[in-house]
Design a protein around this ligand. Structure first.
Ligand SMILES: O=C(O)c1ccccc1N[C@@H]1O[C@H](COP(=O)(O)O)[C@@H](O)[C@H]1O
Length: 217
């Protein structure tokens, strides 16, 4: 029996409070997302990012979320981040220009050619796939048709968009992503998380992949 078991990573996004960071870390989250885009109700500024990032323990990835923002701001914020998440129309060259690890969010609008995007953003560490709603860059709390994701893509997939403790297991079985990302599905209101729901989300991810692992052994 092989013990090679690729665990699905979990990112909790839109954190604004120390208590929620502590809850996400205690629940076993692999990555924590901080929204630096001022148009979001979950936005924090650079000073607050510095405070919150200092709270994150070693081996938990600090992810900064940007939407078509100025390079100077991204450079300054990078001092407190391990990974950059580009959630707008940033070009591959722009994303690469910071010399930092990054992921590219893609909104699943009709006609999006995922293999072509994987090719275009080949220096990304992963592609984050989110629901598409015109005029809204992300964090909509909406799902999309998971069957549109090809079974094999040249980049690891981070599945996002409307995930909750109730649907994440089904999402994992359908998509088999590298990681899942949740914001609204574990919140009371934008930026205010519910610790029990974070726990439940992580539990559902664990159970979904444990069942899958046992099925294969
Ligand atoms: O969270 C936001 O406000 C946000 C704003 C602009 C772009 C992306 C945003 N959030 C990201 O959207 C996805 C899905 O969120 P949800 O689970 O559907 O609420 C996730 O990556 C968030 O980090």
């Amino acid at each position: 029996m092989s013990n090679r078991f690729q665990r699905i990573r979990v990112k909790i996004c839109g954190l604004t409070r120390e208590a929620d960071i502590d809850a996400a870390v205690a629940a076993g989250a692999d990555a924590l997302g901080f929204v630096l885009w001022p148009g979001s109700k979950r936005a924090i500024d650079e000073a607050r990012l510095a405070e919150l990032a200092a709270r994150v323990p070693a081996f938990v990835t600090r992810v900064g979320l940007f939407v078509d923002q100025e390079a100077t701001l991204i450079e300054r914020a990078s001092a407190h981040l391990d990974l950059l998440q580009f959630h707008g129309d940033e070009s591959p060259a722009f994303c690469t220009s910071f010399g930092r690890p990054w992921i590219k969010a893609l909104r699943m609008r009709d006609g999006l050619d995922l293999p072509a995007m994987a090719d275009a953003y080949q220096e990304a560490q992963a592609l984050l796939l989110d629901a598409y709603r015109p005029g809204v860059p992300g964090g909509t709390g909406e799902t999309f048709d998971w069957s549109r994701i090809p079974a094999s893509l040249a980049k690891p997939v981070i599945l996002a968009g409307g995930l909750t403790p109730a649907n994440v297991a089904e999402a994992i079985r359908t998509v088999r992503p590298f990681a899942v990302d949740v914001s609204g599905g574990v919140e009371r209101s934008p930026g205010i998380k519910i610790p029990e729901r974070i726990d439940d989300f992580l539990r559902q991810v664990f159970l979904a992949q444990s069942t899958d692992f046992l099925d294969k052994t």
